[in-house]
Design a protein around this ligand. Structure first.
Ligand code: ADP
Ligand code: ADP
Ligand code: MG
Length: 670
């Protein structure tokens, strides 16, 4: 076994690898760029080596720097994590040349599987079923038209070097092929430095189901069952689970066998993932093989009890695989939510800044539920523009799928993040979604269920009663504390006021306290809007960002933030301001005039901080709904801004090359 390994990555995955190395008694070396001097992974490792300035191309992606860091510290092996150098055959070769072990497959397997065109050819040869399409490079629009007509629309144009959902476009007909080809190529070139694209059949509404494989250097290969990753936004995974609610034993076995056959065909050695899409009739088609540890590997670990990083390290050290296929048992259900620094209310645009507050839910086993949070940040950390905006991967495990989902909903309710925008409200709303709960999934789920993007969740009447009760309980604690302040004249009689009105945005909800008082722990009976009396109990104290308690027997964790004119409450994807008042104050409040929000319907606002790539219209031009107005690049993604309705361009304020702030006015309409 190795004495010391270097982790050539950052963020949550570097921390994840270090954790297992520590467990195995292996010393660890971290590497870091200028932006990561104070990062958690640097803190966790036994040693750390500085490798350059913040841009990855000058630090985490420079193979020579990593090799030098190994030599300087005497690290015998390198774990690459995912992304960065994890799938670069030349990097493995460079390490091998220095006698350093790459904790991953051999360069030949990476090469064979790294390129989508090559890997499909390989899969075909290994009798793995692949998506119908053309196994070659598309040379021109003419060529694309010919191929697409042969394959049959709709088709998908994909970058051969692609990854992370980039460089991929759908064309439903010949008219869409030209722009799709251009966009896919240009995105591929800027993301991967390689503009080769190919065309395959676009499978409508498939599910994404992938098989985890493990193979050693002695010819043994097994699979650890599947993960379903159908909840995707723009072809990027958002929520994953293991097992899949869609697979029967027969399909699971067939997919597992093909995945193992492919691993054997490329002489695979390490952990790897064979991705498939599965249609309604459970026909499955190979997409690609990821020759690395996958982002969503924790769900497999939770249902199999196998530590994949440990297995990778043991295999790299030449050990024989200690697990036989028939020993692999999938137990219970695991769900993972990717918590990203992105604003769900602004089309999920990246959000950067400092985590002024970061309080994840407690990890561990609680009764029959397990909570695990893989993260690389801590309170005060900065989410920078240089790297992936992943803040954490929150996982829950329970004996059944509904229980795992319920545990996830609770854990998300408890997860407090301030300082940047994040997608927890969206994930919370998703956990309540009936179609997700039923497991009726496809990769089009988010596009179909949230066609207008994500809007704040509106509480139903039952939820309003919960919110009103929480707000009142908080107000009771606050007033009680004020009353007890030393030196205050005329302390109250000890009993709280009985009648309250809680303003919930436009609604005024009468809340009556029918029994109990404000002492902590609190136990009161209350009724909202004259409804049935419910019991509320809580030991919440002022200053605690999460209000925990039970209301009418239901466990509630709601996040509390004092704001101007009230309390902001975040719960189950609902974000609402509540203002508890005495009835006479509420009467006056009703008479206050409402402020009207500004009208932005005649403006095209820049939805994110980004670079203008092109402006496609001119002043005076009449534009039809759906036509492209401008293209803005952010985080290497080209975002096409389209007209939401028919309109006439009145003024243009931006030109290609301009770097714009969020909400900058790009153009004005008549
Ligand atoms: P997974 O299938 O594990 O979810 P993704 O395809 O989402 O993996 O990619 C995981 C990470 O690796 C992301 O941070 C992504 O940006 C990065 N990544 C994937 N493929 C490449 C590639 N070819 N080049 C650079 N980064 C990549
Ligand atoms: P990446 O390397 O970016 O992960 P993949 O080939 O794995 O690229 O595809 C990512 C996602 O794009 C898939 O999970 C699926 O949702 C969608 N996708 C890819 N190819 C097809 C296809 N032929 N038909 C339908 N959806 C597809
Ligand atoms: Mg993929």
């Amino acid at each position: 076994m190795f004495n010391k390994i270097l982790v050539a990555n950052r963020g949550e995955i570097a921390c994840r690898v270090i954790r297992t190395a520590k467990k195995m008694g292996i010393a660890t070396v971290a590497v870091y760029s200028d932006a990561d001097r104070d990062a958690v992974h640097v803190e966790m490792a036994d040693e750390a080596v500085h490798i350059g300035p913040p841009p990855a191309a000058q630090s985490y992606l420079v193979a020579e720097r990593i090799v030098e860091a190994c030599k300087a510290t005497g690290a015998e092996a390198v774990h690459p994590g995912y992304g960065f150098l994890s799938e670069r055959a030349s990097f493995c070769a460079a390490l091998e040349a220095e006698g350093i072990v790459f904790i991953g497959p051999k360069p030949k397997a990476i090469e064979a599987m790294g390129d989508k065109i090559e890997s499909k050819r390989f899969a075909n040869a290994a009798k793995v079923s692949t998506v119908p399409g053309f196994l070659g490079v598309i040379e021109s629009t003419k060529h694309a038209e010919k191929i697409a007509a042969e394959v049959g629309y709709p088709v998908m144009i994909k970058a051969s070097a692609g990854g992370g959902g980039k460089g991929m476009r759908i064309a439903w007909d010949a008219a869409e092929l030209g722009e799709g080809l251009e966009r896919a190529r240009s995105e591929a070139l800027s993301s991967f430095g390689d503009d080769r694209v190919f065309i395959e059949k676009f499978i409508i509404d498939p599910r994404h189901i992938e098989i985890q494989v493990l193979a050693d250097a002695h010819g043994t290969a097994i699979h650890l069952g599947e993960r379903e990753c159908s909840i995707q936004r723009r072809n990027q995974k958002v929520v994953e689970e293991a097992p899949s609610s869609f697979l029967d034993e027969k399909t699971r076995k067939a997919m597992g066998e093909q995945a193992v056959a492919l691993a054997k065909a490329v002489d695979y050695q390490s952990a790897g993932t064979v991705e498939f899409i599965v249609d309604k009739d459970r026909n499955f088609y190979f997409l690609e093989m990821n020759t690395r540890l996958q982002v969503e590997h924790p769900v497999t670990e939770l249902v199999t009890g196998i530590d994949l990083v440990e297995q990778m390290i043991r295999i790299a050290a030449g050990e024989k695989l200690g697990i036989r296929q028939k020993e692999v048992k999938l137990e219970g259900w695991a769900v993972e939510s990717r918590i990203y620094a992105e604003d769900p209310y602004r089309n999920f645009l990246p959000s950067i800044g400092r985590l002024t507050r970061y309080r994840p839910p407690a990890e561990g086993r609680f009764d029959s539920v397990v909570v695990r949070n893989d993260t690389g940040v801590t309170e005060g950390s900065e989410i920078s523009m240089f790297y992936d905006p992943l803040i954490a991967k929150l996982c829950t495990w329970a004996p059944t799928r509904p229980a795992a989902i319920e545990a996830m909903a609770d854990a998300l309710d408890e997860f407090v993040i301030d300082g940047i925008a994040h997608n927890i409200p969206f994930l919370s709303a998703l956990m309540q979604h009936p179609r997700w709960r039923d497991g009726r999934l496809s990769t089009a789920f988010i596009a179909e269920e949230f066609p207008e993007g994500f809007k704040p969740v509106r509480p139903d009447d039952g939820q309003k009663a919960v919110l009103a009760a929480v707000a009142t309980a908080i107000e009771l604690v606050r007033r009680d504390r004020l009353d007890r302040l030393a030196g205050r004249l005329a302390p109250h009689s000890g009993l709280p006021k009985r009648d309250w009105v809680v303003k919930l945005e436009g609604d005024y909800l009468p809340v009556s306290i029918v029994e109990g008082d404000a002492s902590i722990p609190m136990r009161i009976g209350f009724s909202v809007n004259g409804g049935a009396a419910l019991e509320l109990s809580s030991d919440w104290q002022q200053g605690d960002p999460v209000w925990r308690g039970t209301i009418g027997g239901q466990k509630i964790s709601a996040q509390i933030r004092p704001v101007l004119n009230g309390i902001r409450i975040d719960w189950r994807g609902i974000a609402i301001t509540a203002l508890p008042m005495l009835p006479n104050t509420a009467e006056l409040d009703r008479r206050m005039p409402l402020k009207q929000p500004p009208d932005t319907s005649k403006l095209l606002l820049c939805p994110m901080p980004g670079l203008v790539i092109s402006v496609m219209v001119a002043v005076g031009q009449e534009v039809k709904a759906g036509e492209t107005l401008a293209i803005v690049e952010a985080m290497k993604m080209e975002n096409v801004l389209r007209a939401e309705r028919d309109l006439i361009v009145a003024k243009i304020n931006a030109k290609p090359g301009d770097s714009l702030a969020v909400d900058a006015v790009i153009m004005e309409f008549a």
